[in-house]
Ligand binder design. Structure first.
Ligand code: BES
Ligand code: MN
Ligand code: MN
Length: 465
């Protein structure tokens, strides 16, 4: 391991430059205008795998964006780790809020990253974190020290719901055969408080459309008599939560697993500074579900958020108009045992039931996914915990995260293997926001930690009979 760590130190600058190259390609999966760039990124990832020493690589076309696959199998008696990550990124908008252009990475210091952070879309989510795996793999291969067989599956549609990856997994079960899936696409509590994510929320995502009159009307001639879809939509949305911020959709909580008081107490032991949280976000109070702490509200409790809402005139100046339509995109984060399709159906039935006379409403389901919780008494969790203890000098804390990686539940279902979520970002890294960044400390710490995961995992799994 000494050689491997030395190799990483010796190649630090090159690693960073290579990541910069990857960050320069705008692989925005949501916007068809970037289709060619997304494809170019897939090939660039494949090239990196080859250069690192991966003996077999392939870019698989899908109905959407390509999947990059790689494998290095050298001993059938050793355990096989499948590394999953994504090379696609969220759209950079709103562009005007970026201090430096999203696809021109630069290093800048921040409060939480005094040694500097890489600013650019995808730096943390997930190009930077995914790339750590390629570089750790390179260090292991180049020093003839790889303890496990490794497979890579790096997709280009995570940020748009991974809709083609499920099919890919079902069709390629044989090549994806592995002992564990290793993912770095989550965060640690702080750079001096390592943690491992042991849960992710599920997701149900819908779009709603409320229609009133058959055309935009003069707001003076008709206003006062005709239902205004924007107003109606606001009322409908605000009725989805009561005064305690409980969701009012009948049946919504029916399947929610009640977390024991002991578990809740343990969870709230994790360091959390509410004042710093509010200061960082520029808010003067928080507004979550009554009866739960912020840590609980963002992990073990389901929620409903309006992601965007539009309708009527939003251009320059004013236009007196009573709009014909109003729209909103709404996401619901789910917890274990809730089923995303059932929740989507409950939402649809409820929303269409509460629509008042004078307008009509249509609910269009988007993508979804199930929540996951991963046990801590497994060789993979223990290997990750030991690896982090080695490089951080502190035992990592298991925490449940609030975000979603819907494919994790599918991996369990289709491939029958568990995932370990050993992420290295910080929640304050502004993923999905303007000025996304990833600490240099975090990037290198990840590269240093991953080889230990392989070493400990191979030790714990032992050789196959
Ligand atoms: N990497 C995130 C998920 C994440 C971030 C989990 C931080 C835990 C902590 C992932 O890329 C993501 O953004 N997922 C989407 C899911 C989706 C678009 C279906 C999400 O959570 O909104
Ligand atoms: Mn991600
Ligand atoms: Mn993301």
């Amino acid at each position: 391991m000494q050689n491997v760590q030395q190799y990483i130190q010796d190649n630090k600058d090159r690693y960073l430059n290579e990541l910069f190259e990857l960050l320069r390609i705008p692989s925005v999966s949501a916007d068809p205008a970037y289709k060619d760039d997304v494809e170019k990124t897939a090939h660039s990832v494949e090239e990196s795998l080859k250069k690192a020493g991966c003996e077999k690589t392939k870019v698989y076309a899908t109905a959407g964006h390509p999947i990059v696959y790689g494998e290095h199998i050298f001993d059938s008696e050793r355990p096989t780790v499948l590394v999953y990550g994504h090379y696609d990124v969220q759209p950079p908008d709103p562009m005007e809020l970026w201090e430096t252009p999203p696809f021109e990475p630069v290093i800048k210091k921040t409060e939480y990253h005094p040694d500097g952070a890489i600013f650019g879309r995808g730096s943390c989510d997930d190009k930077g974190q995914m790339f750590m795996h390629i570089k750790a793999f390179e260090a292991l291969i180049q020093n003839d020290a790889l303890p496990c067989n490794v497979k890579f599956m790096i997709e280009g549609e995570e940020e748009v719901g991974s809709s083609n990856l499920g099919k890919f997994c079902k069709e390629h079960k044989d090549i994806l055969n592995c002992d564990v899936i290793l993912i770095s696409d989550t965060s640690v509590i702080a750079n001096d408080v390592p943690s491992i994510t042991v849960g992710l929320r599920g997701l149900s995502y819908v779009e709603v459309e409320v229609t009133g009159p058959n055309k935009d009307l003069h707001s003076g001639v008709y206003g006062g008599a005709v239902a205004n879809p924007v107003e109606v939509l606001c009322n409908m949305i605000s009725s989805l939560k009561d005064e305690n911020r409980h969701i009012t959709i009948p049946g919504f909580y029916d399947d929610v697993v009640v977390v024991s008081d002991e578990e809740r107490a343990a969870m709230n032991q994790a360091p959390f500074d509410r004042k710093a949280y509010m200061r960082d976000l520029g808010i003067n109070d928080t507004m979550g579900e009554k009866g739960y702490t912020i840590l609980e509200q963002t992990s073990i409790r389901p929620t409903l958020e309006v992601n965007g809402m539009w309708g009527g005139y939003i251009g320059e100046g004013s236009k007196t108009v009573l709009p014909a339509k109003a729209f909103a995109k709404i996401s619901m984060r789910l917890v274990p045992n809730q089923n995303n399709e059932k929740i989507t159906q409950l939402f649809k039935e409820h929303f269409e039931r509460i629509v008042p006379p004078g307008v009509t409403a249509v609910v269009k389901p988007h993508h979804g996914g199930e929540a996951v919780v991963t046990p801590t008494d497994t060789p993979e969790y223990q290997a990750a915990a030991r690896a982090m203890k080695t490089t951080y000098g502190k035992e990592p804390i298991p925490v449940r995260g609030g975000g979603s990686i819907p494919i994790v539940a599918l991996f369990e279902e289709v491939l029958k293997v568990k995932s370990v979520l050993m992420g290295f970002g910080l929640d304050s890294d502004d993923i999905h926001s303007p000025n996304e960044h990833y600490g240099l400390f975090n990037f290198y710490k990840g590269i240093e930690t991953i080889p230990y995961f392989y070493q400990y995992y191979a030790e714990m799994k032992g050789r196959k009979d």
